[in-house]
Design a protein around this ligand. Structure first.
Ligand SMILES: [Zn+2]
Length: 200
C-alpha cells in the first residue's frame, strides 16, 4: 500500500502510469482537523499518475505529470454541523522542473507568457476551467519524487475550507427560529405522565 517515490523525469519521458489506493487515515496532513474517517473501502483514496511529455504550446517538450485523486473524505458541514462524505474527483497537471529556480518565472521566454495572457483575456469567459490544464503547476521533479505528497496535496486542495452540504438534511427542521419555540413550550410526555400520576 505504500506509494514509493518515483523517478519523475523518467516517468514522464517514458509515459509511465501508476495507480493504486491508500487509506485516508494514512494521509495525516489531509485528515488533520477532519472527523474520524471511515475504514474499509469508504475510506480509500483512489489515485492514478501518468507521465507525459508536453505536445503543444508552452509545455512543448516539457516533462509533465498528471495526477488524479478520488476520495470521499468525511468533513463537517459548517451550516448544520453534521459530518458528511465530501466527494472529491480531482485532476492536476504538474510540470516537472529541475530546480526551485525554475519555479518562479515564466516558462522560457517571457514573451510567450505575455502572449498567453492575451489569449486568456480573449477566451477567458468561455474557457473557465480549461485554464488549469493549459498552465500546469510547476513542481521540482527528482529521481526520488514524492508522489504520495503530491497526491495528498491535491486532496487537501480539493476539500473546501468551509465545507457545506448542497442542501442540509432536514433543512426544514433546522429552520430553528420557526420550529424551536413550540418545541420548548410543549411539555414532555414524561412530564405529562408525572402529572397524571399525581392526580391519582
Ligand atoms: Zn449541512
Amino acid at each position: 500500500m505504500i506509494i514509493k517515490p518515483i523517478d519523475a523525469f523518467a516517468f514522464a519521458h517514458q509515459g509511465r502510469e501508476a495507480q493504486g489506493t491508500i487509506p485516508l487515515v494514512r494521509l495525516t496532513r489531509a485528515v488533520d482537523g477532519l472527523p474520524e474517517q471511515p475504514l474499509g473501502d469508504a475510506g480509500l483514496v483512489t489515485w492514478s499518475a501518468r507521465g507525459e511529455m508536453g505536445k503543444t504550446g508552452l509545455v512543448l517538450g516539457q516533462p509533465l505529470l498528471r495526477i488524479r485523486v478520488q476520495a470521499n473524505p468525511v468533513v463537517v458541514c459548517q451550516r448544520c454541523n453534521t459530518p458528511f462524505a465530501y466527494p472529491v474527483d480531482s485532476e492536476v497537471l504538474l510540470q516537472l522542473v529541475k530546480s526551485e529556480d525554475d519555479l518562479d518565472d515564466g516558462i522560457a521566454g517571457g514573451d510567450h507568457a505575455a502572449g498567453l495572457d492575451d489569449e486568456d483575456d480573449e477566451d477567458g469567459e468561455v474557457e473557465g476551467k480549461g485554464f488549469v490544464s493549459n498552465q500546469p503547476e510547476k513542481v521540482v521533479g527528482s529521481h526520488h519524487f514524492d508522489l504520495l505528497a503530491q497526491i495528498e496535496d491535491e486532496l487537501i486542495l480539493s476539500v473546501p475550507y468551509v465545507p457545506k452540504h448542497d442542501v442540509c438534511p432536514g433543512a426544514q427542521a433546522n429552520d430553528n427560529e420557526a420550529s424551536q419555540e413550540p418545541v420548548v413550550k410543549r411539555p414532555s410526555p414524561f412530564a405529562v405522565l408525572e402529572q397524571l400520576k399525581h392526580k391519582d
